[in-house]
Design a protein around this ligand. Structure first.
Ligand code: IMP
Ligand code: MG
Length: 178
């Protein structure tokens, strides 16, 4: 797997240090609230596990299965909700976790859905955000790292379902993307 990587963009140690900082911010903002974390499958799984271990607050953890890329390297622009039921967030303070904010459509769609379900507050947290011009698109409330407009894998992020288990964020060799 490692041989398919052209370059490591953010290594494991750097990610872990940044998670300490994000966790402190989340702690400060959610302390004393009725908290529900909604992690977006499957990209946020590694991020969720490592971040939430650092947040010793009382919380519920839910996962939501959404898709926007459909296996390629470009966002399709359509966000599909793949679950039959949504988590019960009425009156709760929600923190949505995702791996990356690209066009922002995924976070936007999930945020709207959870607000419609009666959430008292919805905040968003991403490991990565792409540094691309965004006019109306929201920024996340908590961002781990801002990266360039390039396709990355690892630490939850996939290419055609693979590479999520890399402990770092990296760029694939062109020969792999083909
Ligand atoms: P958005 O709706 O365009 O913000 O896309 C967000 C989703 O697209 C993320 O949850 C990822 O699953 C996927 N995505 C966006 N950029 C990348 C990337 O560089 N590598 C892998 N997946 C990505
Ligand atoms: Mg994905």
């Amino acid at each position: 797997m490692h041989q398919d990587i052209e370059k490591v963009l953010i290594d494991e140690e750097v990610i872990k240090k940044r998670l300490d900082v994000l966790a402190e911010k989340v702690m400060a903002d959610f302390e004393g609230e009725s908290m529900v974390v909604v992690a977006l499958l499957k990209g946020a799984v590694l991020f969720m596990a490592d971040l939430l271990r650092r947040v010793p607050l009382s919380m519920e953890i839910e996962c939501l299965n959404v898709a926007s890329y459909h296996g390629g390297t470009e966002s399709s622009g359509v966000v599909s909700f793949l679950d039959h039921t949504l988590p019960d967030v009425a009156g709760r303070h929600v923190l949505i976790l995702d791996d990356i904010l690209d066009t922002g459509r995924t976070l936007d769609a999930v945020m709207e859905k959870l607000k419609q379900q009666g959430a008292a507050e919805v905040k968003t947290c991403v490991l990565l955000a792409k540094d691309i011009p965004r006019e109306e698109v929201m920024a996340a409330d908590y961002t781990g790292f801002v990266i360039g407009d390039e396709f990355v894998v690892g630490y939850g992020l996939d290419y055609r379902g693979r590479y999520r288990n890399l402990p770092y964020v990296g760029i694939l060799k062109q020969s792999v993307i083909g």
